[in-house]
Design a protein around this ligand. Structure first.
Ligand code: AHR
Length: 518
């Protein structure tokens, strides 16, 4: 099979906001406790933060991390996590049926962000709480000393304001599962008043209002319209979430499904970014609709602040979520073990964000450590890279610059979520500073290698400077504490440049990054 791609220096989509490679950490399962924080661990620093985990996070160059939830935030009292540790209360977390010692709060999280060189994105509780707590929290975090909250922060060890710019106005407020779930009208009114109040404190904050929890919600996309009609000129981003799953294959495998059935399910699974693309396009149109309706000059963008594959751990989590284990502290929850198939999926998701970098300015892989995460740890033990670590790493480290508007000609197939899904999915990022183009490509074909010819128009003479390939004979291969590199990239050898033509062979079911100096 053959595919052709044309990249032209003058045909660009947008400058990519680095923060599209952000991540998320929630007080959930072992994300915080025995994830980033484990006093007594062999690599822990004086604050109890695991050095092995911090090292892996630094390697990813994560630009910002959303905290502390998620569903958790909708019944969270931020005050529980400040002040002397021994006086902090242990609380029951109603979202995940666990308990939280509050040993980590905003101060510890801020110190960890410094340690891993990332920016904080904070979520406020608009479920069980409201405007007053939001403004108090904001003043505590960003206010000057000489005021009540600023002085309290100083007493708790930090005189300088944290200067957090990114604030999420609640989490998934459209979800009936959310503590304090609201209608679009109720939430839109509240979010607007909170946004106005926060802006009265600081006009330069970047505020993120809740959109839909996923595009299957019955209220989608009316929710976005109504919420934006209430808030449009006072917010900067609308938040979307989406999780990807191949449950059909899980079922088929349990029932001894044939190879044909499994392949069809994989084909559908790998076409899900078509649905993601439509979700983004719909919300982008809704933003434009409200902008026009409001006769506004203000721009609102999309914050895709929860995305990932999430389904492998669903069954094993039921017992805790149903309350049959009492209220455990930091149990194993949402610990998806990712396989090679998920490498392809994460590569496809990131390609979609690069191609929609005109509207998606913020995004967070959900989550970062242990909980549906690229990094796993054993308590008292090692930290390692899950399979999906790699496509996230390649995009985050090399996908910075300007997204190129590629013209792609590829054979395709019909799937549940769309017709003519290209076997080749590719994005290209031009980095003017170092004069490189990074292409991220996925071959969705199960059995056919595809010869791709990329024509590089308007650039100087090109040379291949890096080529990384991820393939595996087994789509269900995973990495574990004892087999940490079972699924890992290897150096590719087949990428060649002839004049302005870059050619590369994409093996069946492969993820590849090809970088050229131009
Ligand atoms: O990331 C796990 C959960 O998924 C988050 O807490 C919630 O916002 C979403 O439903």
């Amino acid at each position: 099979m053959r595919a052709t791609v044309t990249a032209h220096k003058d045909y660009t989509i947008s400058k990519i906001d680095d923060r599209v490679y952000g991540a998320f950490l929630e007080h959930l399962g072992r994300a915080i406790y025995t994830g980033i924080y484990e006093p007594g661990h062999a690599t822990a620093d004086k604050n109890g933060m695991r050095g092995d985990v911090a090292q892996l996070v630094r390697e990813l160059k994560v630009p910002m991390v959303r905290y502390p939830g998620g569903n958790f935030v909708s019944a969270y009292n931020w005050e529980d996590g400040v002040g002397p540790r021994e006086q902090r209360p242990t609380r029951l977390d109603l979202a995940w049926h666990t308990s939280d010692s509050n040993a980590v709060g905003v101060h510890e999280f801020a110190d960890w962000c410094d340690l891993v060189d990332t920016e904080m994105m904070l979520a406020i509780n608009l479920g069980s709480r409201g405007l007053d707590d939001a403004r108090n929290f904001l003043e505590y975090v960003n206010g000057p000393t000489g005021s009540y909250w600023g002085d309290l922060r100083k007493k708790n060890g930090r005189a300088d304001p944290f200067n957090v710019k990114l604030w999420c106005l609640g989490n998934e407020m459209d979800g009936p599962w959310q503590v304090g779930h609201k209608t679009a009208h109720e939430y839109g009114r509240l979010a607007n008043e909170v946004a106005k109040t926060m802006r009265a404190f600081d006009k330069k904050l970047e505020l993120i209002v809740c959109g839909s929890s996923h595009s299957n919600m019955p209220t989608y996309p009316d929710w976005e319209r109504e919420v934006l009609e209430h808030t449009y000129d006072n917010v900067d981003h609308i938040s979307l979430h989406m999780y990807f799953a191949n449950r059909e294959n899980e079922r088929a495998l349990a029932e001894g499904g044939t190879a044909d059935v499994l392949a069809k399910n994989t084909a559908n699974y790998l076409a899900l970014n078509e649905k993601l693309d439509r979700y983004i396009a719909t919300v982008a149109s809704t933003i434009n609709f409200v902008k026009s309706k409001n006769r506004s000059k203000h721009n609102v963008y999309i914050s895709f602040d929860e995305w990932n594959v999430w389904y492998h751990s669903n069954k094993q989590d039921r017992k805790i979520l149903d309350g049959n284990d009492g209220w455990p502290h930091a149990p194993r929850l949402l610990e998806d073990i990712y396989n090679f198939e998920d490498v392809l999926q994460v590569g496809l998701i990131l390609n979609t964000f690069i191609r929609r970098s005109d509207v998606v300015k913020l995004a967070c892989i959900a989550q970062l450590v242990n909980v549906i995460a690229p990094i796993m740890t054993d308590p008292k033990g090692q930290a390692w890279r899950q399979t999906i670590y790699y496509p996230y790493y390649f995009a985050s480290v090399y996908g910075r610059g300007t997204a190129l508007q590629l013209a792609i000609n590829t054979p395709g197939y019909d799937a549940e979520h769309g017709d003519n899904i290209g076997y080749v999915d590719v994005s290209g990022v031009y980095n003017e500073e170092d004069g490189t183009i990074s292409f991220f490509a996925v071959n969705r074909h199960a059995t056919e290698a595809i010869d791709v010819e990329l024509s590089l128009e308007g650039f100087g003479a090109a040379t291949v400077i890096d080529h990384q390939v991820m393939t595996h004979a087994n789509l269900r291969a995973v990495n574990t504490a004892t087999e940490q590199t079972n699924v890992a990239p290897s150096k590719g050898t087949g990428a060649k440049v002839d004049g302005k033509l870059l050619s590369v062979k994409l093996q069946p079911y492969s993820y590849q990054m090809i970088r050229v100096k131009v």
